[in-house]
Design a protein around this ligand. Sequence first.
Ligand SMILES: Cc1cc2nc3c(=O)[nH]c(=O)nc-3n(C[C@H](O)[C@H](O)[C@H](O)COP(=O)(O)OP(=O)(O)OC[C@H]3O[C@@H](n4cnc5c(N)ncnc54)[C@H](O)[C@@H]3O)c2cc1C
Length: 480
Amino acid sequence: MTKAKRKAKLVQEGVVSRREVLKSLVAMGAMTVAPPIAAHSKHIIVIGAGAAGIAAARRLKRDGHTVMILEARDRIGGRINTDHSLSPHPVELGAEFLHGSRVKTWDYVSNFGLRTLRADPNAANFIHANGQTVSTSPWQTSLMGTDESLEDLIWDAAETWAVAGGDDMTVDDLISHSDALSPLRDPATRRILDNMYGEEVAAGTTQHGVYGIVEASYENDGNRDYRLEGGYSGLLNRMALGLDIRLNTPVKRIKRRPMDTVVETADGTLYTADAVIITLPLAVLQKGAVTFEPPLPDWKTEAINALGAGKVNKVILRFREQFWPSDLGELLSDKTLQMWWQPGLGRRDAPPILTSNTGGANGAYLSGLDEASAIELGLSELSDIFGEDVRRHFESGVFANWGADPFSGMGYSYVPPHAHGYRADLAEPVDNLLFFAGEATNTIRPACVHGAIESGLRAAKEVTGQVENLYQYQPMGVLS
Ligand SMILES: Cc1cc2nc3c(=O)[nH]c(=O)nc-3n(C[C@H](O)[C@H](O)[C@H](O)COP(=O)(O)OP(=O)(O)OC[C@H]3O[C@@H](n4cnc5c(N)ncnc54)[C@H](O)[C@@H]3O)c2cc1C
């Protein structure tokens, strides 16, 4: 059975969405829903100028609607933010890679003629655990007896577990229960896996749910990673050209009226719209930074609170001399800072810079540090790994603390045990006036830029009534 067929089976078996039954009833005409907004020109407000908000606004504008984006920060891009001060080449403080050669982001990259770089295919990857640094592939192969990646092995075990109808549990518990994963049970291996998960999916193995892994299949995305040669912000700037974006305009209240919506900003200005697309990060929704009148329905609040908002932060260090292998691709560490890589890999004359990306519990810990402490932690851990006087080579550093940023409060979303299906609920409109987009609303492609873009396009279709089967459940909830 292919993965797609297996997923369809999960849906049939009711594994995936708790609101599926409701949606099917509505689709069959058994329940009444508000009709879609008519196809004539609408005035739409989009909240947030990240990838989701900009993709939605572009599509709406293209289709002849009037659209205004209200953005809290003094810049666009949200969790995409390219630094040009640390190095002659762009350095990404937030999203860095296009994950996959077949993802939606390429439509824009190709249209705009932007250049990309493969995140070097010939790079050498390492694991540092228990004071030793070893090459990743031989370590994995000798541990598992196959050269399939650990992520794929865990995904397969999770799928087997879910298809068999096993109770949802953490990935760490799955390792204890699944025979296929028994080589991963010793404490040191669990620790390195926890760091691998924290960095990749913003939640450690003791936080992420097994069914959540199966939901996020990233089907057909492809396995290769790419960087944008001119930086990710360059893509967002191109996408945003010609849009009406109001910067420094945090929204604080959204009021639904029978036929329209009023949005109030922090300075008390009121904007009225036929509908609003909300792309606020999950953590911003969870902390109630924006209030809703009347309050959001219980099913929506339940979804907001059930999903996880993982903190992912970067410490980026520039050195005078390179003390690591020149072909270093990824270095997964069992220390606090989980993954190191060279942001300039594959570029000519790139200065010696290392980026660390850290999520899960370690990411949350980092969010409580100031910049000097985070940089000091990075230097200390690199000294342990490379056995060199790393501080002597140190030149400058940056701490991108997304977890403490009031307008993100997180890196990316994840699905704890028993929270599968809630992404679809998070995505669902309220009263045909409030529409929801953002990475956390994408069931099969969460936590990434292309998932955010897809969600924006989906919300733009919904708001103008173009999605014929809006209330009919789609396997895993994604409308392409
Ligand atoms: C460290 C890090 C590394 C990452 N690496 C990758 C990667 O390599 N590849 C990848 O694909 N993805 C990566 N991601 C994830 C990716 O950045 C996000 O999934 C994506 O950018 C989210 O887009 P979005 O539009 O959903 O949300 P956001 O980009 O967060 O946009 C939401 C917008 O809402 C605004 N806002 C917040 N509050 C208010 C308010 N009250 N009023 C008005 N506006 C408000 C915010 O300022 C923001 O601009 C990474 C993220 C982080 C943090």
